[in-house]
Design a protein around this ligand. Structure first.
Ligand code: NAD
Length: 362
């Protein structure tokens, strides 16, 4: 097993270091190799995703990614900005399925802005299609309008499109994931207005017939946005397109209170994947040793489960995280009165200790 380690920028280096320490104490045989990505790669090689980094990622079984970006790169031309590295990795590795679990840990129930009874026990998996939709559809651009409300005016346009194989493969991913959970899939669309999403809905329905044991329902995206804050626990697996998934996965993430707790995985058809926390490089707290490493540690657990076929090791990490939360240890982002504030390194130490001392209870 080979893991490409791409810490990136800002807090990326601090949180990935803790995830690596956790992986090391699991006594698994894997090789890791690190490379620069994002702003750090731009500084060293003039590009956010150098050929050597891409080659390493392609050859690895999985990529453990920190975060990229810093406001100081905002003036660079778009193709050289740190965030382009993520798009380049998604494209070159064919990472079409993004998994974003939103789990509310019992001990953090008060961190949410929703009432505890609405989110206690929450466990949603949002599956977002990652390579199609209006984000990548051609043509796109600016031109002079020849029709519409203001002919002759300057206008901008994008193209929303999905092909049958793109929808079929993400639908299969969702149904298969649901089989390992509560066997319910909600497909989110805008079929009442958009041709692309009527097509999406028809295909998801067809694919659903191959999974008679999984319950399928369909929901318009506007209703899904409301239901996520009104009654989030009614969802199990949510599958949707790239743009709706982008927005809904952030909304679902916030249900749980802290972005510092949320892992993510992006997989291709051979289960090769890129694993990263859902948050960014947090330049405001970088270098201070206060970032929450748990999202990255939980991303490493997802990596063990999905790409490296080590589900028991993944369970051990997840149990260790629950254990340290039960001990009352909190980084600043999830701290509340009555709990113990710790830094990035101490939180990593506590997870390592929970694994190695076998003190895990739950
Ligand atoms: P951000 O997620 O980096 O930070 C948002 C807020 O959450 C900040 O206050 C930050 O301190 C806090 N935060 C984030 N992660 C945390 C953690 N692990 N522990 C404690 N607090 C945490 O988003 P932003 O500030 O909008 O963006 C900063 C940079 O990150 C930008 O350059 C942006 O483009 C980039 N970005 C990168 C990714 C990625 O690498 N996948 C994703 C989002 C944003």
């Amino acid at each position: 097993m080979k893991i490409a380690v791409l810490p990136g920028d800002g807090i990326g280096t601090e949180i990935v270091a803790e995830a690596l320490r956790v992986l090391e104490v699991l006594d698994l045989s894997f090789e890791t190799e690190s490379a620069l990505v994002g702003g750090a790669a731009y500084e060293a090689h003039g590009h956010p995703l150098p050929e050597s980094t891409l080659k390493l990622a392609k050859e690895a079984d999985a990529v453990l990614f920190g975060a990229v970006g810093d406001w100081k790169y905002d003036k660079l031309e778009r193709s050289l900005r740190p965030e382009q590295a993520i798009l380049g990795l998604r494209k070159n590795l064919g990472l079409f399925a993004n998994f974003r679990p939103a789990i509310c840990y019992e001990q953090l129930v008060d961190a949410s802005s929703l009432k505890p009874e609405l989110i206690a026990g929450l466990d949603i998996l949002i599956i977002r299609e990652l390579t199609g939709d209006i984000y990548f559809g051609q043509p796109r651009g600016r031109r002079t309008a020849v029709d519409g409300h203001f002919p002759g005016a300057e206008e901008a346009f994008d193209t929303m499109r999905y092909s049958r194989p793109e929808v079929e493969r993400i639908a299969h991913v969702a149904f298969q994931a649901a089989r390992k959970r509560s066997k319910r899939v909600t497909s989110v669309d805008k079929a009442n207005v958009l041709e692309t999403f009527q097509f999406w809905k028809d295909i998801v329905t067809e694919v659903g017939k191959e999974y008679p044991d999984v319950e399928l329902d369909h929901m318009y995206v506007d209703n899904a946005a409301m239901q996520l804050v009104k009654a989030p626990k009614k969802f199990d697996v949510v599958v949707t397109g790239n743009m709706f998934g982008d927005i809904l996965s952030d909304e679902a993430a916030m249900l749980t209170g802290s972005i510092g707790m949320l892992p993510s995985a992006s997989l291709n058809s051979s289960n090769q994947g890129l694993y990263e926390p859902s948050h960014g490089s947090a330049p405001d707290i970088a270098g201070k040793g206060v970032a929450n490493p748990l999202a990255t540690i939980l991303s490493a657990a997802m990596m063990l489960r999905f790409s490296l076929n080590q589900p028991e090791a993944a369970d051990r990490i997840e149990s260790a995280v629950k254990h340290v939360l039960a001990q009352g240890l909190r980084t600043a982002d999830i701290w509340s009165a009555g709990t113990t504030k710790v830094g990035t390194r101490e939180m990593g130490d506590a997870v390592v200790a929970a694994i190695t001392k076998k003190t895990i209870t739950g």
